[in-house]
Design a protein around this ligand. Structure first.
Ligand code: F6R
Length: 246
């Protein structure tokens, strides 16, 4: 299902409302969370609402999609740091219920296996929030990642390193590798929200719309899932068929 809104603010309100609805309907929900610039206004809106109308988050569990290899929690560009800055420092989710892949683990492969196992142990993800890379990645599952993948160490594509260079003082500082939840882990979520905003996503959103299920475009894996909402602003949807944008 496609939901197309006029502005980023509209997209963020809708997405934050969907997250809040899930939490209210199921206080012990397991949420899969994403980082990146798309999610910043979503989390800002959610935090805003939860400050105005506090909700007990003590039974909520979260799993983030990914983390850079070699960046610890104190690194300003680690996803752990991002999540604390935008969400967890502002909300009362118990820290022991917050999970991110450990990019500093000595045994990265073991940490990956344990991560997918931990998701299964809590009964799977109720709702997975996703952004999309300009090359179609979801999480950091780059083009040609098998759709059967579990949490794994992945070499970031040149495109992703260029795109994410904007967050680092020097683009050469973007790590070459990351840990990412696998596509199979994502597909097992009971509900998925993919969010894309801004003109830089228009090309990939049109490709995603027209392309069949193909490992060359990781987000097409979502076409095999029965409960996905794709949320866009007008700019990200600009190259989609006119009738969808009406
Ligand atoms: C981040 C993640 C990535 C981003 C994607 C879009 O946790 O999983 O797939 O969602 O790279 O990033 P932004 O929102 O910065 O364009």
């Amino acid at each position: 299902m496609y939901k197309i809104f006029e502005t980023i603010d509209d997209v963020s309100r809708y997405t934050a409302q969907r997250l809040l609805d899930r939490i209210l309907a199921k206080p012990d929900a397991v949420l899969g969370l994403a980082t990146g610039s798309t999610m910043e206004p979503v989390y800002a809106r959610l935090v805003d609402w939860l400050w105005q109308h506090p909700v007990d988050l003590s039974r909520l569990t979260t799993f983030n999609l990914d983390e850079y290899v070699g960046l610890g929690a104190s690194h300003a560009q680690s996803y752990c740091h991002y999540m604390c800055r935008h969400l967890f420092d502002k909300l009362n989710v118990p820290r022991e219920r917050v999970h991110l892949p450990d990019g500093m683990a000595r045994d990265l492969e073991g940490a990956c296996r344990a991560y997918s196992d931990a998701i299964q142990t809590v009964g799977g993800l109720d709702l997975q929030l996703l952004g999309i890379g300009s090359n179609g990645h979801i999480g950091f599952n780059e083009p040609h990642t098998p759709f059967t993948s579990r949490t794994q160490v992945i070499a970031l594509s040149e495109q992703t390193r260029i795109d994410n260079g904007r967050f680092f003082s020097d683009p050469s500082e973007v790590p070459t590798h990351a840990l990412t939840m696998g596509i199979q882990d994502i597909l097992e979520a009971r509900e998925i929200l993919l969010v894309a905003t801004g003109p830089s996503k228009a090309g990939i959103m049109a490709e995603l719309y027209h392309c069949g299920v193909d490992e060359a475009l990781p987000a097409t894996a979502l076409k095999q899932h029965g409960n996905v909402t794709i949320v866009m602003d007008r700019e990200a949807a600009a190259l989609l068929p006119r009738e969808l944008r009406a």
